[in-house]
Design a protein around this ligand. Structure first.
Ligand code: VGL
Ligand code: ZN
Length: 202
């Protein structure tokens, strides 16, 4: 069984959002077309409480993109984004949602960030996604979403580690930072991750 994962396709990561990914909106059409081809579609949502410690606003004297240590982990301080039950955390209206069978939310614990759809950044707690996919007999995981160099990339790394054949659909993602994207995709490929274009599936 193959699964299509939609990682954090949320208004705050689209142009005009508080943590906008350049051209993030360009992936929506291709993600919609890809969904038609998959029997199983699963989404994740970054879903932070207002007091989340990844927000610069919760560290007086610190600025956005400052780096701090949070419980022993390096933490980039972000603008407030994907706050629970705000429009920024919603799926964009253009995204088709009828085929999304389950939504895994992450980033609720204010003390730790969760980039990957599978585990928090300390690899302390699972979101349950890997067991869910195994329960559905999934062997192949196809990744789409935002941001390509952060949450999609780290979902790919965890997917590989969980033993799934992992395919990163390159034109169905956009990075926050191009250089960082080049750097991390090398790591992803070295670990056995595959990179494909949507045209190979559609
Ligand atoms: C993300 C930064 C902070 C992402 C989430 O979805 O890539 N990036 N929170
Ligand atoms: Zn976040």
């Amino acid at each position: 069984m193959e699964a299509l994962l939609l990682i954090d396709i949320q208004n705050d990561f689209l142009p005009g959002g508080s943590l906008e990914v350049p051209e993030g909106d360009k992936i929506i059409e291709v993600v919609n077309r890809l969904q038609e081809r998959f029997e199983l579609v699963v989404a994740t949502q970054d879903w932070h409480p207002k007091n989340h410690k990844s927000f610069a606003s919760n560290h007086p004297g610190k600025k956005v993109y400052d780096v701090i240590e949070l419980h022993g982990l390096e933490q980039i301080l972000w603008p407030d984004h994907c706050v629970q039950d705000t429009p920024g955390a919603d799926f964009p209206p253009e995204l088709h949602t009828a085929k999304i069978e389950a939504i895994f939310r992450k980033g609720m614990d204010p003390e730790i960030d969760t980039y990957s759809g599978f585990f928090d950044n300390g690899h302390l707690k699972t979101t349950g996604l890997a067991d869910y996919l195994r329960g559905k007999n999934v062997q192949q995981v196809y990744l789409t979403g935002l941001a390509g160099d952060i949450c999609v990339y780290l979902s790919g790394i965890d997917s590989l580690q969980e033993g799934f054949d992992t395919y990163f659909i390159e034109d169905a993602t956009r990075p926050l930072n191009q250089e960082e994207y080049q750097r991390v995709m090398k790591i992803y490929r070295e670990k056995g991750g595959k990179v494909i274009q949507s045209s190979e599936l559609l």
